[in-house]
Write a protein that binds this ligand. Structure first.
Ligand code: GDP
Ligand code: MG
Length: 156
């Protein structure tokens, strides 16, 4: 989970989803406009007020306080990783339990550049998003596709 504040601290967006789906990479792409390959660990400081769970999301022990004052949540899965998609329902249950009811939720199918490794169809993401009434996009932290759009849509 990562927190992102704008300068007057009025909006908070957090990134949620299984370890390895590309949360840190997406944030780095948005902030710096580049892709830094390889896994990130522990805390990264990239110019905004930011929280980094140092991987606790692996153990489903993400602090619920992260959700409480979030205005927007970017919920990521990896289009090449079926379990990251299957876990989306559990993440949504947690979000609905702990986040504000009027928070904007965006479902993002990340790693859209990896067409050869794709196991989750775009339609599957769209269908799940429709079922939960959330916004859907496919993104790539590598190429930058839809990254600015995702953050800007959440902010708007
Ligand atoms: P996090 O655990 O959710 O923060 O995921 P990371 O940002 O650490 O990314 C996990 C791995 O996936 C790293 O090896 C990244 O380089 C890679 N990765 C993240 N986003 C993308 C993407 O959009 N495309 C590709 N090809 N690789 C990505
Ligand atoms: Mg990370």
């Amino acid at each position: 989970v990562y927190g992102f504040y704008d300068q007057d601290l009025t909006h908070k967006t957090i990134l949620v989803g299984d370890s390895g789906v590309g949360k840190t990479s997406l944030l780095v792409q948005f902030d710096q406009g580049k892709f830094i390959p390889g896994s990130f660990s522990a805390t990264v400081g990239i110019g905004f007020t930011i929280w980094d769970t140092a991987g606790q999301e692996r153990f489903r022990s993400v602090t619920h306080a992260y959700y409480r004052d979030a205005h927007a949540l970017l919920l990521l899965y990896d289009i090449t990783n079926k379990s990251s998609f299957n876990n989306i329902r559990a993440w949504l249950t947690e979000i609905h339990e702990y986040a504000q009811s009027d928070a904007v939720i965006m479902l993002l199918g990340n790693k859209a550049d990896m067409s050869s490794g794709r196991v989750i169809k775009r339609e599957d993401g769209e269908r799940l998003a429709r079922e939960y009434g959330v916004i859907f996009m496919e993104t790539s932290a590598k190429t930058g596709v839809n990254v600015d759009l995702a953050f800007m849509t959440a902010a708007k």
